[in-house]
Design a protein around this ligand. Structure first.
Ligand SMILES: O=C(O)CCC(=O)C(=O)O
Length: 274
């Protein structure tokens, strides 16, 4: 049973997203839903794959360093609970309103776990810079907090309004000890906004919004599950390799250059029941 949380946005919220490049929503997922997602993510980390299918990319393996960051991509393939939540219509509905899209598909998901008193810096980056096989920047990242995010746990930080400055060069390595500050045009000063939210809340950002995070200096682990989504109008543009391209080409009816993404690699999220 889905809790009746608000997903209809006001015109002011949409205008603020266009201005700032992000939108922080109130709670969308109830405590029992967050608990179920955390349990499912832990199973995937421990290589217990409910569906029998592994995730597409695992940056941590069972028996790995407990102090290391755990980053796993396309966990939804391995676990039905994760599949249900990263394709949730609540996320799809909000994302569609933010970018004015007629429909929303999943691009990929990502589980990120920073252990207490550990983890690495996620350096400043723009998500769409890594997704150049999507021809149009009509993407939204839906960042679901699975733990309460405190100022000392290495919260995600947005560079407010940075989505208006086009593509920046890719950083050298995304995760390490170095922030690799982006060079902004002369005279431009943007505010860094840390996202301090409670578990069950979701932060949404535009594909060009610069963001990053620090190490976890707190006594609690810091967990999030991200649903990276795109407009159903987005088309395939070959050129920059991506794990989704390899997987997409395993589909029987795979999108050709210039065609809209379709098929099982990119599940529909919105409109509901589509
Ligand atoms: O959670 C973080 O620290 C970074 C997440 C991120 O880069 C993203 O969701 O696009």
């Amino acid at each position: 049973m889905i809790a009746p949380y608000r997903t209809e946005l006001t015109q002011d919220e949409i205008a603020a997203f266009n201005e700032r490049g992000f939108h922080v929503h109130d709670r969308i997922f109830a405590d029992d839903e967050v608990g179920a997602i955390r349990e499912a993510c832990e199973a995937v980390c421990q290589a217990v794959y409910e569906t029998g299918v592994p995730p597409d990319g695992a940056g941590w393996r069972p028996g790995g360093d407990p102090c290391a960051v755990r980053k796993i991509d396309n966990c939804w393939k391995a676990n039905r609970t994760i599949a249900k939540y990263v394709t949730d219509t609540r996320l799809g509905h909000i994302a569609a309103q933010l970018i004015g899209a007629p429909g929303i598909r999943l691009w990929h998901d990502q589980y990120l776990y920073k252990p207490a008193r550990g983890g690495k810096v996620v350096t400043w980056h723009q998500d769409w810079a890594y997704w150049q096989m999507i021809g149009e920047c009509r993407t939204v990242t839906c960042w679901i907090a699975l733990s309460d995010i405190t100022p000392d746990c290495g919260p995600m930080v947005y560079l407010e309004g940075s989505h208006k400055f086009g593509l920046f060069p890719l950083p050298k390595g995304i995760s390490g000890d170095d922030e690799q500050k982006p060079v902004l045009p002369d005279g431009v000063h943007l505010r860094e906004v840390p996202i301090i939210v409670k578990k069950g809340q979701v932060a949404f950002h535009h594909g060009l919004t610069l963001h990053g995070s620090g190490i976890n200096d707190s006594e609690a682990d810091r967990q999030s599950l991200v649903s990276h989504v795109m407009s159903t109008e987005c088309t395939y543009k070959p050129g920059q390799p991506h794990m989704n391209e390899v997987k997409m080409k395993e589909q029987a009816d795979c999108p050709q250059p210039g065609e809209r993404f379709r098929g099982p690699q990119f599940p529909m999220m919105w409109p509901a029941n589509s």
